[in-house]
Design a protein around this ligand. Sequence first.
Ligand code: NAG
Ligand code: NAG
Ligand code: NAG
Ligand code: NAG
Ligand code: NAG
Ligand code: NAG
Length: 388
Amino acid sequence: MQSRVGSLGNLEEGKEPLLKVTHQLFRPMHLRLLQFILLFLGVAIVFSFFSMYMISYAGNQNLATVAQSILLPCVPEPNTLESWIRPPSSSSHVMNDSELFWRASFTPKIKDYPFKRTPKIAFMFLARGPLPMAPLWEKFFNGSEGLYSIYIHSLPFYRPDFPPTSVFYGRQIPSQMVEWGRMSMCDAERRLLANALLDVSNEWFVLLSESCIPLHNFSVVYRYISRSRFSFMGSFDEDSPFGRGRYNENMSPEVNITEWRKGSQWFEVNRKLAIDIVQDTIYYPKFEQFCRPACYVDEHYFPTMLTIQSSHLLANRSLTWVDWSRGGAHPATFRSNDLTVQFFKKIFEGTKCVYNNQPTILCYMFARKFAPSALGTLLNHSSEFFGF
Ligand SMILES: *[C@@H]1O[C@H](CO)[C@@H](O)[C@H](O)[C@H]1NC(C)=O
Ligand SMILES: *[C@@H]1O[C@H](CO)[C@@H](O)[C@H](O)[C@H]1NC(C)=O
Ligand SMILES: *[C@@H]1O[C@H](CO)[C@@H](O)[C@H](O)[C@H]1NC(C)=O
Ligand SMILES: *[C@@H]1O[C@H](CO)[C@@H](O)[C@H](O)[C@H]1NC(C)=O
Ligand SMILES: *[C@@H]1O[C@H](CO)[C@@H](O)[C@H](O)[C@H]1NC(C)=O
Ligand SMILES: *[C@@H]1O[C@H](CO)[C@@H](O)[C@H](O)[C@H]1NC(C)=O
């Protein structure tokens, strides 16, 4: 027994240090295993959080955004003024219209900006596909960086191919189908305004089509728009089947026939009016329901709404020249052969209008419609015609 005990004891005695040694050896190994398991668990938890995040955003979040979100916790949130005033780095986003319009309606209540704000003009192109006049616009914008921004709404399936050096590169906004003369057209215009409003530096908003051209150099256009006390929204009361004739009595009491207005779709509005248009929920349902072809809603909705709300801010005329003199449902389209110095002289000097309550002959900053084939002539003679 004793021997056994002894032997055991011996064994144990012999084991003891051995055990101690193994124990000592085992302990750090055990700890390392524990550390490893904990680390593994941690990684697994973090990973499953990211997976949940990625799954819940799959479909409407692209990989770049996810990658950015993953990286975000490593970088402290830049809660600086800069992060509020910096324009969005890209014109694409994953907000739907309700989300976008809500975000775009944010307005500072303090009038003075606590930083040096250089107000910009947002040039918003409502196009079907390509912008055939792009090279002329490139020439127009050249050298005026920081004073303008560009937004393009085209049919959703259209993929532009502007080179990275172009001012139009990556300026496409998330777009939807547009039917000419229907509410989807006003939706597209509101979408352009809302996207442009995301940049706090945009102060004036010009809507243009793919067949529009600039008529003066950038500094003339910038000065004309920035110094105007009124926004250039065409708005008039026309007592004809094409004016008041399109009014529907179901629109009252929100819209009374004496308030019904007509005007060109191609407008320029300031930031206040742009926000009013984007946030409107009073007039929108009335126009959507009761102004359908042959009531062309894009000729009535914004002019009527803004006349009711802010008539004292409107110049009641458009900055975009167009020729209806040939009659018919569409204005004249001009081609290479039409374009001479005399042709533009007539546009520049043939009209009288009012600017800041003063009579003037400088009435138009833009013109339409110009055929793609007119581009070569316009480019070759741009300094002669327009001074740029
Ligand atoms: C935008 O998404 C929100 C949340 O999913 C939804 O409630 C809203 O109806 C959507 N709006 C539009 C215009 O699709
Ligand atoms: C812009 O202007 C610069 C210098 O005036 C000139 O070198 C460049 O070619 C111009 N770019 C375009 C697109 O007209
Ligand atoms: C723009 O045009 C105006 C009037 O034609 C001219 O006085 C001015 O020098 C031009 N500005 C530039 C930058 O070319
Ligand atoms: C429309 O407005 C005019 C003048 O503002 C007013 O006399 C008339 O009663 C109004 N009509 C309706 C139906 O509200
Ligand atoms: C534009 O028309 C409205 C009436 O519709 C008028 O109140 C406003 O003064 C006009 N604007 C200018 C600049 O004349
Ligand atoms: C424009 O000028 C270029 C080079 O001077 C010439 O090759 C081209 O034919 C001209 N285009 C038009 C439409 O005048």
